[in-house]
Design a protein around this ligand. Structure first.
Ligand code: ZN
Length: 303
């Protein structure tokens, strides 16, 4: 009898105190299939369901390839419609640690634009923190207009995903497709990359703060083979190819070079200005592009 108790105790102890070694995130691209979500201003632009899927897959890619010990699941990875019940059950039955739902907003008033992150209520402390980090990234790093964190009370009704999931859950509205400028941004691979990387950064900061015992160090990157000695300033990286003659690049006053990366990393393309012969010139260029919105631009030395 004594034995049974001690075995039972050991079992309970090992379950309660087991060191968590990985984190699971369920990514939920809103709508899909028969449900297009919000509709764009013109038929040539993407519907909410398609933009949500693009951004969701990019976020999943960033998390998978830039962090160790993060498992990413999706409620859908193609143009199909899982019901809201199915999405909630998938989160709860798999006991995922976090759920991230991606949407794009719409309004009869085309002047309305900006991002919102929804949580069930302010008592959901972890969700609230995560949501705040996402809106902070949208504003500070992605240069979007943040409309802030919203709860069921703020919008006057509960969102099923937020109400019934048992883990920290946020629902991100990445912008309004009914606003001409923001709609265009959300339709561009550039805009989708920036939005996705903002959500990724916020999520990385959030899960790192929640799991100090897990090593999230990224896998080794094997990029950037040596060339002639010079400096370049990397302004961004992307999964999908972005044209280098878009306004976001031409406004910099430097030619932007796109380099295809042969690497284990998820980022397939890197974007540089340069080359510069001296570090001083590179620093000057770095300051210039940083003040033009590429706050994370950094100098790379090529031997
Ligand atoms: Zn939606």
């Amino acid at each position: 009898m004594k034995h049974i108790f001690s075995i039972l105790f050991l079992l309970i102890a090992s379950i309660s105190f087991a060191n968590k070694t990985s984190v699971t995130i369920l990514i939920d691209p809103g709508h899909g299939g028969k449900d297009p979500g919000h509709l764009p201003l013109t038929d040539t632009l993407m519907q909410e369901k398609d933009i949500a899927l693009e951004i969701a897959m990019k976020i999943g890619g960033y998390l998978t390839y830039n962090l160790s010990n993060v498992v990413v699941m999706y409620t859908r990875q193609s143009d199909v419609y899982p019901t809201l019940d199915y999405r909630v059950e998938m989160a709860n039955n798999n006991k995922v640690d976090y759920m991230l739902s991606l949407h794009v907003n719409g309004s009869p008033n085309s002047a309305v634009y900006g991002t919102e992150t929804h949580i069930h209520n302010y008592d959901a402390k972890a969700s609230y923190k995560w949501a705040q980090l996402i809106e902070k990234q949208f504003k500070a790093r992605a240069g979007r207009k943040s409309r802030g964190v919203k709860t069921a009370a703020d919008i006057g009704h509960s969102l099923q995903i937020l109400k019934h999931t048992k883990m920290p859950t946020v629902l991100v509205e990445c912008g309004f497709i009914t606003n001409t400028a923001e709609g265009r941004y959300l339709n561009s691979p550039y805009g989708q990359e920036i939005i996705a990387s903002a959500v990724f950064r916020a999520t990385r900061e959030f899960i790192k703060s929640k799991h100090s015992g897990i090593d999230f160090s990224p896998p080794q990157d094997l990029t950037d083979q040596p060339d002639q000695p010079h400096y370049k300033v990397q302004i961004m990286a992307s999964i999908d190819e972005i044209a280098t003659d878009i306004r976001e690049f031409t406004k910099l006053g430097f030619d932007v070079e796109r380099v295809l990366v042969e690497s284990s990393s998820m980022y397939k393309y890197k974007y540089y200005v340069g080359p510069f012969d001296t570090k001083k010139e590179a620093k000057k260029a770095q300051k210039s592009v940083q003040s033009n919105g590429y706050k994370d631009a950094f100098i790379v030395y090529f031997e």
